[in-house]
Design a binder for this molecule. Structure first.
Ligand code: FES
Ligand code: FES
Length: 150
């Protein structure tokens, strides 16, 4: 079946099967910033924004994205650069496998919660796992990135 999705501001038409997942449809379109991890909605590395909300693309059927706006890190270059600079300064940058998903989730949090507390940030990012860091350096970098906007 054919579906239409706006991806990073571009209208795309995809031929998909009823049981195709968004992760596979977008990666087949060469959007490799979306990573594959657990495929069970547990690790968060496949996160994309759907109409501005962070969702796990590994468990969303592609047909569910019909008519929606999907944003990946390719559509958020400026913010991704800013967050990655803070990551570098805070020593939070390691393999980078989780970074794109984390940056998108931070973006969704900024839209949803004004002036998030430390606890808000930790709670919001609980679904974004990182196998390299102890999260403290990431947390510092995210706080500084949020303060950058003020
Ligand atoms: S690959 Fe989607 S949540 Fe882990
Ligand atoms: S930096 Fe390696 S998984 Fe997060």
């Amino acid at each position: 079946m054919r579906i239409n999705i706006e991806v990073n501001g571009n209208l795309k038409t995809y031929d998909v099967a009823p049981d195709d997942y968004l992760l596979d449809t977008l990666r087949a379109d060469n959007i490799f910033s979306i990573k594959r991890g657990c495929e069970t909605s547990s690790c968060g590395v496949c996160t994309v924004l759907m109409d501005g909300k962070a969702v796990q693309s590994c468990t969303i059927l592609s047909v569910k994205a019909e008519g929606h706006k999907i944003t990946t890190i390719e559509g958020h270059q400026k913010e991704a650069k800013k967050l990655s600079e803070h990551f570098g300064h805070q020593g939070a940058d390691q393999c980078g496998y989780c970074n794109s998903a984390l940056a998108l989730t931070v973006h969704a949090m900024k839209d949803e919660i004004k002036e998030p507390t430390n606890e808000d940030i930790k709670e919001y990012l609980v679904g974004n796992l990182c196998r390299c860091t102890g999260y403290e350096a990431q947390h510092r970098a995210i706080k500084l990135c949020l303060e950058d906007d003020e």
